[in-house]
Write a protein that binds this ligand. Structure first.
Ligand SMILES: [Zn+2]
Length: 430
């Protein structure tokens, strides 16, 4: 009897939370159109999601069982490695024109070099997280004292640019996504939320801006919602961003801003299952799962060699580490993550949770080949083109604008996938 009562209450609470979320969406969506004067076609920001980092210390399904509690067709935009005035300011203008609020993960030394850039982000109302002091691509093997130094100094450097450092969110993205339990534990001990991502657009690679936009939309369409990781320091991202936002709006996606909970601003009510990208249930057939993450690996398996950015920040590549399943098992929790479901052998190869680190062990060029700004408003036929690309996973090269930019050497060289991505990449700066 008591169990029934608990279940009943939980169902009611879940229903209530969903209703509140829907109501909030409707109200804020109506407001967002009115709040973007002069830009009637802006996608706007549909709502603000308040999260408590202590309740959900690690998010992003590329590496963790949980992600942000987004509704279907909701997207959170994140930008790493800034501020770099040359390109970050352009990203800021594009976001302003679209009335979009995003989360920026700033590098400490960048903030010290461009404190005005940090202040511009805050003035524009974006969420500010941090991304270490020097962006070392070795967090997964760094002594914990060095990790602490990188994290703390990064926050201090961003704080130094601001008159009110309390506006900095306790959000941290590990450089290269090179996660390690000690790093995550340290961040959690400070009440800082570790942000991975739900999908990438490979904008740090030497690909065209059109390709970046295509990847962003294709991967979003595969998951229907989630956290997109971009880099505001990249010229190709500047060029791709208007197209990405236009496509998102055309396809009915909505932008959500995420802010941390404070004593005056309580967390948005959610249920535990909302923190899973697609929780399994009686109404969600498990058979759909193998298709969902496959695009990440189908795509990375044929991508060109990673390119250095056009800037000296050492984020010319993005490295990934293994899923923290060990942590979940250690805690004795049952996390019904879809990727733990049994897959057929032919699907298993493309549904691994993280790209093998060896994919990134490619000699890098010192300069990215940047396309001129080919941003044009997408016509209906282009939209259809992307939709067609999204369907078959088998021929990702076909009809992709950026494919011609692939170096022949890289295009011809087959990639080796390493099961479960447990091999750590050897960071390679140039
Ligand atoms: Zn980075």
């Amino acid at each position: 009897m008591r169990a029934c009562s608990i279940i009943g209450n939980r169902a009611i609470r879940a229903g209530l939370a969903s209703c509140l979320m829907l109501l909030g969406c409707l109200v804020t969506r109506a407001a967002s159109a009115a709040d973007c004067p002069g830009h009637p076609d802006a996608i706007g920001t549909s709502r603000t999601l308040v999260v408590d980092p202590r309740e959900h210390p690690r998010i992003g399904t590329m590496q963790y069982p949980e992600t942000l509690p987004l509704a279907d067709h909701e997207v959170v935009l994140t930008f790493d490695d800034g501020p770099l005035p040359r390109n970050s300011n352009k990203v800021l203008q594009i976001l302003a024109d679209q009335c979009v609020k995003a989360t920026f993960f700033l590098i400490g030394e960048q903030a010290r070099a461009n404190p005005e850039g940090v202040r511009k982000l805050v003035a524009a109302g974006h969420t500010i997280g941090t991304h270490s002091e020097h962006h070392p691509l070795s967090f997964e093997k760094m002594p914990i004292d060095k990790v602490k130094e990188e994290v703390d100094q990064g926050i201090a450097s961003v704080s130094a640019a601001l008159s009110d450092p309390s506006v900095i969110a306790p959000f941290f993205r590990i450089p290269g996504l090179l996660r390690a339990p000690d790093v995550e534990d340290y961040l959690a001990s400070k009440g800082i939320q570790t942000w991975s991502a739900d999908f990438l657009a490979d904008d740090w690679r030497r690909i065209s801006s059109a390709r970046v936009a295509d990847l962003a939309i294709k991967r979003l369409e595969a998951k229907h919602k989630g956290i997109l990781l971009l880099h505001d320091i990249q010229a190709r991202t500047v060029a791709a961003l208007p197209t990405i936002l236009q496509e998102m709006k055309a396809r009915g996606y909505r932008i959500v801003q995420v802010v941390p909970a404070t004593p005056e601003r309580p967390a948005t009510p959610t249920e535990p299952e909302q923190w899973q990208l697609h929780p399994t249930s009686e109404t969600v057939p498990i058979a759909r799962w193998p298709k969902v993450p496959g695009f990440v690996f189908a795509e990375t398996g044929m991508l060109a060699a990673p390119a250095l950015s056009d800037f000296d920040v050492p984020d010319g590549r993005l490295l990934l580490t293994a899923e923290p399943f060990d942590r979940v098992r250690r805690a004795g929790q049952h996390v019904p993550w879809p990727r733990q479901t049994t897959l057929s052998p032919q699907n298993a190869a493309v549904t691994l949770p993280v790209p093998a680190a060896s994919l990134f062990k490619i000699p890098e060029k010192t300069r990215a080949m940047l396309q001129p700004f080919p941003v044009v408003a997408r016509r209906a036929d282009q939209t259809q083109s992307i939709a067609q690309q999204t369907k078959p996973e088998a021929k990702p090269h076909a009809a992709i604008a950026g494919a011609r930019a692939l170096p022949k050497r890289a295009a011809a060289k087959p990639r080796t996938r390493v099961a479960h991505g447990v091999h750590q990449a050897k960071p390679h700066r140039s």
